[in-house]
Design a protein around this ligand. Structure first.
Ligand code: ACM
Ligand code: ZN
Length: 521
């Protein structure tokens, strides 16, 4: 009998291919206190997918047990025998992951399990997925489908990109206009339709609760000091020169960013973080920090004044000054802080901040923890012509000679400038997330692309239980790079017009600065 599991487990033995455990509605489930989330997830799967409601009237038993010494944290053991399945885990999360494995087995063997033994534990503790809800606003129920998908892949960190130039998606009572104005833009890349929406506090609490039941930590990202046009649209004073701008409609990097030279900017950002920190109980937050153009700071009297006071000679020093200041603020609240790897700008960003590498190879710096999110392999919105399934699978995230204690793990990202619905989201994410999760969970020596391909039919069956969309194998592995197509054409045309706009706009701001129109705080 051939049975497969994604991600590949540490050890998997089929001792005898004949069925020893038949799952039907007579079985019972023994669930000790503390393992309710795993048992409930199994029961939901049995009733929703297998249309079985165990009533305990027969001898068949699925027995959950905790044994702290059985595996690493999150690890588990599954053993089948005549009329019983034993699930032993080191903690509650392990029992939940055992259930994810069991689902795959039950689907493949029509509920007739052979005599088998599985020992499994994760390679990395940080196994992330990022969803960009700013460029495209996903309804609450769709966000939950992503969490369902993460759980099936044994992923445990949901990085939620909630703010960007094109939309502010988190309701904050201290600054209501952020969501009410910043949450709506005039048109999208697709169909040029108005687009918008935001998550209320109740929505966010519901999503966090849903994630926690699946052992997923929720990490909100409030991206500053760049990528803030939506916030500036709501509160122009946040920008250098108090610019009145619409929420951005075009993608790319925007020149108008937070004015670091005004105390009012820090008052704003501290009160935003005060409120965000109250909403997210996992005590870990992402502060963005990526793609900061310093053009405005160069001409802004307030920013220049601050530079002089601090003895800075280059604008990029303002960037690290700002990042370190807000990271300290968040750390004092007991939060761990992550940012994108932008510190190569001047090397002065605190090593206490976790760096998420996306556009360069990870650097080994004393004491600095890192996550690898390489855009060469893990940016799942990029076309399959750029990152095919094999490239995603075979990418080695762990840098040579790296300190293992400082390497937290990996994260796949779904940016949504060109993802206007769940159909495209499914097409982009599956099956690459299957490939990615073997990099996150499985040991290096256990991985093989050929083996992964042979597991795909069973994998697609599993994905359909969510339900979630997907690309077919031939779509996920095109053998040439398609250079035409609507997206690329549209992107080029937009970049062309945006480039012209930026040149004209930057001239306008410089003239303003020259005329000495002071930007009074
Ligand atoms: C990024 O892709 N700008 C982090
Ligand atoms: Zn300024």
């Amino acid at each position: 009998m051939y049975l497969s599991i994604i991600p590949e487990p540490s050890e998997f033995k089929i001792i005898d291919g004949k069925a020893v455990f038949i799952l039907n509605s007579n079985i019972s489930i023994s669930c000790p206190e503390g393992l309710e989330n795993a048992c409930d997830d199994l029961l939901r799967f049995l009733s929703k997918t297998l249309e079985t409601e165990p009533d305990g009237s027969g001898v068949g038993l699925i027995e959950f047990k905790i044994d702290k010494s059985c595996a690493k944290p999150e690890g588990y053991i599954i053993k089948t025998d005549y009329d019983n399945i034993k699930i032993i885990s080191s903690e509650a999360a392990g029992a939940f992951y055992a259930v994810q494995t069991l689902k795959q087995l039950l689907l493949q063997c029509n509920c007739e399990l052979p005599l088998l033994e599985i020992f499994d534990e994760p390679e990395y503790s940080y196994r992330g997925f990022m969803l960009d809800s700013s460029r495209y606003f996903f309804e609450k129920e769709d966000v939950k489908r992503f969490l369902d998908l993460m759980a099936l892949h044994k992923l445990n960190r949901f990085h939620w990109h909630l703010t960007d130039d094109q939309g502010w998606r988190i309701e904050l009572y201290s600054h209501l206009l952020l969501a009410q104005v910043g949450g709506f833009r005039a048109y999208t890349n697709f169909g040029r339709k108005p687009h918008g929406g935001f998550y209320t506090k109740n929505d966010i609490a519901e999503i966090i609760d849903y994630a926690h039941k699946k052992f997923i930590t929720v990490i909100p990202e409030i991206d500053t000091p760049g990528h803030v046009v939506s916030a500036i649209a709501a509160y122009p004073k946040l920008s250098c020169f108090n610019r009145e701008l619409p929420v951005a409609t075009n993608s790319g990097i925007h020149y108008d960013i937070l004015c670091i030279g005004k105390q009012s900017t820090f008052d704003f950002i501290y009160s935003v973080f005060d409120e965000v920190c109250e909403m997210f109980p996992d005590k870990i937050i992402h502060i963005g920090g990526d793609e900061v153009l310093t053009e405005r700071w160069k001409y802004c009297p307030n920013c220049q004044k601050l530079m002089k006071e601090k003895g800075f000679t280059e604008e990029k020093e303002l960037h690290s000054y700002y990042i370190n200041k807000i990271a300290d603020y968040l750390k004092n609240k007991g939060f761990d802080v992550i940012m994108w790897n932008e510190d190569e700008k001047d090397g002065k960003i605190s090593p206490g901040i976790i760096k998420q590498y996306w556009n360069s190879d990870p650097q080994n710096k004393p004491g600095e923890r890192i996550i690898n999110s390489s855009s060469k392999a893990y940016y799942l919105d990029l076309p399959y012509g750029h990152i095919n399934l094999k490239q995603c699978y075979e990418f080695e995230p762990f840098p040579e000679n790296f300190d293992k204690n400082l390497f937290l793990g990996v994260e796949a990202c779904l940016w949504t400038e060109y993802v206007p619905n769940m159909v495209k989201a499914g097409y982009c994410v599956v099956p690459r997330l299957g490939a990615f999760c073997e990099n996150a969970w499985s040991q290096k020596g256990k991985k093989s692309f050929d083996n992964f391909i042979s597991k795909l039919p069973a994998y697609y069956r599993l994905i359909r239980t969510v339900p979630f969309g997907y690309a077919l194998p031939h779509q996920a592995m095109p053998n040439f790079i398609r250079k035409t197509g609507y997206n690329i054409y549209f992107e080029r045309r937009q970049l062309h017009w945006q480039g012209l706009h930026n040149i004209i706009d930057n001239r306008k701001v410089r003239k303003l600065a020259k005329k000495g129109r002071k930007n009074i705080d």
